[in-house]
Design a protein around this ligand. Structure first.
Ligand SMILES: [Zn+2]
Length: 111
């Protein structure tokens, strides 16, 4: 199992993958709909699975969503009140951030 650092894993997301995720999420923060100051948010955070999952699984497309800096930062403390409702989630229905994380976690553990 890898002993890579959190930052190293974060940097391993290629430009092409970033582009694909922004495009998939329609260039909007999935939490608040903002179209600026966008970052990539690991749904299941790297620190929670580092050493448990392979880096390539941590950076799987299903574990990455587009989020503005503010939502990405506030997620640690306020995840319970957050909902994924913009970008690709517009087509379906709003998903509780906590519920979505559990789903993604299950998928990642089966990879
Ligand atoms: Zn946001």
């Amino acid at each position: 199992m890898s002993t890579l650092k959190i930052d190293t894993i974060r940097k391993r997301v290629s430009k092409l993958k970033r582009y694909r995720i922004y495009h998939r999420d329609m260039g909007e923060c999935v939490y608040c709909g903002l179209r600026g100051d966008l970052t990539l948010d690991h749904v299941v955070s790297i620190k929670d699975v580092i050493g448990v999952l392979e880096p390539c699984h941590i950076n799987n497309m299903c574990n990455l969503v587009t989020a503005c800096k503010m939502c990405n930062n506030k997620k640690t403390l306020h995840e319970k009140s957050m909902v994924l409702q913009y970008g690709r989630f517009k087509k379906g229905y709003p998903v509780q951030a906590v519920e979505y994380r559990l789903l993604v976690q299950e998928v990642l553990l089966q990879l």
